[in-house]
Every structure is written in structure tokens, then in C-alpha cells.
Design a protein around this ligand. Structure first.
Ligand SMILES: C[S@@+](CC[C@H](N)C(=O)[O-])C[C@H]1O[C@@H](n2cnc3c(N)ncnc32)[C@H](O)[C@@H]1O
Length: 339
């Protein structure tokens, strides 16, 4: 696969330039190699003309792009290759598709709607998304086709989730993470989930394992949806869930400790000391970390363990790309038993 090797400091501007020229292969991941970054490119001839040496490197496909490929091939009959290079990934939540439309494709909104409906004929709503805002991490959406609603029922990992994207955070891309954690958990565990949202983690885990979960959520709308989701799934749950409406920072210090704590931490919030203090055996702590800061993040967790008199092993797992060089990560913190 064609790629160019660029010094780390220049990688972002070069990537932007290639994107603008329709020469960046957004379906593949760039890769760090020492002080260089390998950027995947399209159309090697054109890239050479810009003065870059084109190398043959195997850069893996971005997993989240694989579903996207269908849309791209459907739209290939209407969009130019340069326009296709600007297409953003999208998500399907129940019967709603959500996507970002960059300025370069503003004139192609109708074609994108057509393509999405062709790939997913069951869709009832197509919305374009802005960014997550505020402590409740709710996105700003505008509906570009279909019924005027952002509420739906989403199926994932054997559970049904009532979500309303205009009122509460929900991210379907965390499906694999929820499954991973559900498999790590053992029957009989007591689990704490602050920042619980509409209860996706709690319900998926309780559908697989006979556990006792305490979940906490501050956004009243997310809490109400979570209560509905408990009812919706009650018959299929092996475990029990206690759901508390309130501020995790006020409630956690009053709670006992738990075998396992899962913290789907809102971006920009530091809940490390708080959540670690409630964990007996495991903490799974989500955060957003620059690739250069991963060792520092690990060190910070180890220092926090030391402060609390806990001996820990920390493994950092990259969960998804957030923006160039910044990942959503999960720190799996194992708290060792003292002799
Ligand atoms: C990143 S979202 C994760 C939600 C859910 N766990 C999920 O994965 O869909 C963070 C959640 O924390 C909630 N939140 C923010 N601050 C909070 C606080 N101080 N106490 C409890 N929940 C809070 C937000 O409303 C949001 O639902």
C-alpha cells in the first residue's frame, strides 16, 4: 500500500494538505516509526509529483471504516474520488444514522442521504452531528432527512437500549468494549459504574453475568431512560442493578468498596483518585490520551495507587481514535492482594 514517511512534527500539516488534494487514504491507519510517521496515500503518481518518495507499506484498515466501505462504493457512482476522500464515518443507532458532513461535501447532502438509505433501507432518520458538549456529553444534532426525532431503540450485545441522542450520551462504537468487560467479569462480583448514562455497560454485563451492580448518573434524562431500559431488559438479566440519580463525586465517597469499578469517564473530568479509592480488585478507567502521553498516564495511575497504599499492575488499551494522535483508552488496573 502506498505511504509516505514524514517527520513527526510535519505530519499533521502534510496530512491536511493531502486530504485537501484528495490524496490521503483515510481508510488506513497512519503509523509511527521512531521520529517518522507513515501516512497512507492514494494515487502515488500525483503524490510523487509533490516531491514525496512513495513507499510500499502495509498499513491496516481502520476497523470503524469497514462498515463504511459499502456507503463509499454506493456513492462512487455519484461522487468524484476527491469528494469520496472527504466522506466521514457514520454510526447507526437503532433506526437513526448519524454522520458528519464536512464543508467540502455540503453540496452533496442529498447524495449522502440517498447512499445511506440505500445501504440501510430500514433507516427512519438521518442526522448530522456536531460535537459533544457540556458535562452530560450531549451532541448537537440536526436532522437532514426523515422523521423529526432523535429517540430510538438500539440493540446491542443481547440488550435493548432506549436512547435519545438529544437528551443523553450514547456511543454505539463502545459495543466491543462492553462485550470485553462482560467477559472479564465473574459471577458473584459487586461492581460500581459511575457515569452510567442510559446503562449500556450495566445492562450488557448483567445480561451475561450474575453480578450486583451499583450505577450512578447525574443527567436526569439519561437516568429516566436508564430506568426504562432496566424494565425493558429485566427478564433477560442474570444480574441485579441498583441505579442512583446523582453526582458521582458526592455519592462515591459515601459508598463502600467494590470488587470492580468501571469508569466511562466524561471527557475532561478527572475521576481517577475517586474511582480507584472504591476499587478492591479491578478498575477500568476510560480517558482520552495523546499517543506521546501514554507512559505518563500509566505513571500517573501507578502514583495514585501508591498514594492509596495499593499495589497495582496497569495495562493501557487503545479503544478508538479520537482525533489525530489522540486515543480513547481504557486503563485496566489490577489491584494486587497484599501478602
Ligand atoms: C462518556 S458518558 C458515558 C455514558 C455511558 N456510560 C455510556 O457509555 O453510554 C459520561 C456520562 O457521565 C454523566 N456524568 C457527567 N458528570 C457526572 C457526575 N458528576 N456524576 C454522575 N454522572 C455524570 C454524563 O451525563 C454522561 O451520561
Amino acid at each position: 500500500m502506498p505511504a509516505i514517511a514524514i517527520p513527526k512534527r510535519e505530519a499533521d500539516p502534510v496530512k491536511r494538505k493531502l486530504k485537501r488534494l484528495g490524496l490521503y487514504d483515510g481508510k488506513r491507519r497512519p503509523k509511527r516509526e521512531g521520529e517518522l510517521v507513515l501516512l497512507p496515500v492514494l494515487n502515488p503518481e500525483e503524490v510523487r509529483k509533490l516531491g514525496y518518495e512513495v513507499l510500499a507499506v502495509d498499513l491496516p484498515l481502520r476497523p470503524e471504516r469497514q462498515i463504511y466501505k459499502n456507503l463509499e462504493s454506493v456513492l462512487a457512482e455519484r461522487l468524484t474520488p476527491e469528494e469520496l476522500a472527504h466522506l466521514r464515518r457514520y454510526d447507526v443507532v437503532g433506526d437513526i444514522a448519524v454522520t458528519q458532513i464536512p464543508p467540502e461535501l455540503e453540496h452533496r447532502v442529498d447524495d449522502i442521504v440517498w447512499g445511506l438509505r440505500k445501504v440501510h433501507p430500514f433507516l427512519k432518520v438521518i442526522a448530522r452531528k456536531g460535537f459533544h458538549e457540556g458535562a452530560f456529553r450531549i451532541r448537537d444534532y440536526s436532522i437532514i432527512w426523515g422523521e423529526h426525532r432523535l429517540a430510538t431503540v438500539h440493540k446491542e450485545n443481547r440488550v435493548m437500549l432506549r436512547v435519545d441522542l438529544s437528551k443523553a450520551f450514547f456511543n454505539p462504537r463502545m459495543k466491543g468494549e462492553r462485550y470485553r468487560l462482560a467477559q472479564l467479569v465473574e459471577d458473584g462480583e459487586r461492581i460500581l459504574i459511575p457515569f452510567a448514562g442510559v446503562l449500556p455497560y450495566a445492562l450488557v454485563i448483567a445480561s451475561y453475568k450474575a453480578v450486583k451492580i451499583t450505577a450512578i448518573e447525574l443527567n436526569k434524562e439519561a437516568y429516566k431512560l436508564g430506568i426504562e431500559n432496566l424494565e425493558l431488559n429485566r427478564k433477560n438479566l442474570k444480574g441485579e442493578i441498583e441505579f442512583i440519580h446523582g453526582d458521582a463525586f458526592e455519592i462515591l465517597p459515601k459508598l463502600t468498596t467494590f470488587n470492580r469499578v468501571i469508569s466511562p469517564t466524561p471527557r475532561g473530568v478527572d475521576a481517577l483518585a475517586l474511582t480507584l479509592s472504591r476499587a478492591e480488585r479491578w478498575l477500568h478507567y476510560y480517558d482520552f490520551v495523546h499517543e506521546d502521553e501514554i507512559s505518563a498516564f500509566k505513571e500517573r495511575i501507578l502514583r495514585e495507587c501508591e498514594k492509596l497504599g495499593k499495589e497495582c499492575e496497569v495495562r493501557i488499551k487503545k479503544v478508538s481514535d479520537f482525533k489525530p494522535h489522540v486515543f480513547k483508552v481504557c486503563a485496566d488496573v489490577k489491584i494486587l492482594e497484599k501478602e
